[in-house]
Design a protein around this ligand. Structure first.
Ligand SMILES: *Cc1c(COP(=O)(O)O)cnc(C)c1O
Length: 396
């Protein structure tokens, strides 16, 4: 078997758009013995996982479960279940993940309309109101933290516009959940989904989703079968709910991992966690500004867990990322679609969101930029971040 060596990776500092670094306790949970997916002991873990997930979404929805699949499976689940052929769906698009939602809507026969904004800017709530006035919609869908651009979208005014016009609101919280307030009930979100690999700091593989009562009523009133057998929420609910009807074999060890990551989140406390993401993100942004770099996302709406930075003129985006990986074992992301080669995406998600990582990244970036021939005042980024911490406390 010498052609097939064992996996011996030393790992990386994961500061890209996901996955983020996984807490050692979560890796330990993954390695626990696999139980049968209907074993009473596992059913107990499932119940506790559902409870902690609901607390994380800040919802009283009993219908809160992890879907087997990555964040995109959560997106697909939300849309294929809610949409019946011919339903009118308004999708807000200001980045790649909004585009992906629109793609899924047309694939399941939804009658699609778009509200669009330039990548890097928020969707203005007035645009949604106008679109809904012009054409009634059954469903409005929007991304909370657009990981392709680093924009954090205010959801409350969109929720108000949707409900005033009798539409259900679907929110993508793949990147935001566990890093910024999502508050499903207080905001009035009907369906919200996420993914385990971003601010929940669990490996990729599960997509938590929560379904409110209005959305549940729409599922119950469906006249047609959900086009996806695997992602049919009603069937999944009878496995995760009291009936325990076998549907598909739950990824048992991933559920352990999610459970442990949620325990870690609630040991820290949601508010403390949100404050930690803001603190380190602001320190990072101060450091980048001091290095003469420009932030890409609209000011006032920059996501704490994902900072988009413009690649300076004349600098080769990929060369810098290769340098960080080769010399510091540190991963950041490049731009997607129209932003390819134009921005870097720097994640501070969950377990990766630390002062140590901010300071490592700023000095590593200085080195990489200097190597690429871009002049940075030596130490300027690290100094500005250190001063930020000095003035605002260093958290962890
Ligand atoms: C990452 C991401 C997704 C997709 O998640 P995968 O785990 O890559 O399938 C969807 N929406 C947003 C906003 C994301 O950041």
């Amino acid at each position: 078997m010498e052609d097939y060596p064992g996996i011996t990776t030393e790992g990386r500092t994961l500061m890209g758009p996901g996955p983020s670094n996984v807490h050692p306790r979560v890796l330990q949970a993954l390695a626990m013995p696999t139980l049968g997916h209907l074993d009473p002991e596992f059913l107990g873990i499932m119940n506790l996982t559902k409870e902690l997930l609901a607390k994380t979404f800040e919802t009283g929805n009993e219908f809160t479960i992890p879907i087997s699949g990555t964040g995109s499976a959560g997106m697909e689940t939300a849309l294929v279940n809610l949409i019946e052929p011919g339903d009118r769906v308004l999708v807000c698009v200001n980045g790649l993940f909004g585009q992906r939602m629109a793609d899924i809507v047309t694939r399941c026969g939804g009658d699609l309309a778009l509200v669009e904004a330039e990548w890097g800017r928020i969707i203005e709530p007035e645009m949604v109101e106008q679109a809904l006035k012009a054409r009634r919609a059954d469903i409005v869908a929007i991304v909370h933290a657009e990981t392709s651009t680093g924009v954090l979208q205010p959801i409350q005014p969109i929720a108000e516009a949707a409900h005033k016009n009798d539409a259900l609101l679907v929110v993508d919280a793949v990147t935001s959940l566990g890093g910024a307030p999502v508050r499903v009930d207080a905001t009035g979100i009907d369906v919200c989904y996420s993914g385990t690999q971003k601010c929940l700091s669990c490996p990729p593989g599960l997509a938590p989703i929560t379904i409110g009562s209005r959305a549940q009523a729409k599922l119950e009133a469906r006249k047609t079968n959900v086009q996806s057998w695997y992602l049919d929420l009603t069937m999944l609910h009878s496995y995760w709910g009291r009936e325990r009807f076998y549907h598909h074999t739950a990824p048992v060890n991933m559920v352990y991992a999610l459970y442990e990551s949620l325990r870690i989140i609630h040991e820290e406390g949601l508010e403390a966690r949100f404050a930690r993401h803001r603190l380190h993100s602001d320190a990072l942004k101060a450091g980048l500004a001091a290095m003469g770099l420009r932030l890409f996302a609209q000011e006032g709406y920059r996501a704490p867990m994902l900072t988009s930075v413009e690649v300076p003129d004349g600098v080769d985006d990929a060369q810098v990322r290769r340098h960080l990986l080769a010399h510091y074992r540190l991963e950041i992301g490049g731009g997607l679609g129209p932003l390819k080669g134009r921005i870097w995406r720097v994640g501070l998600m969950g377990h990766s969101c630390t002062q140590a990582n901010v300071m490592l990244f700023l000095s590593a970036l200085e080195d990489a930029l200097t190597t690429a021939g871009y002049r940075v005042e030596p130490g300027a980024g690290s100094l500005a971040a250190a001063q930020y911490y000095g003035a605002h406390g260093s958290g962890s």
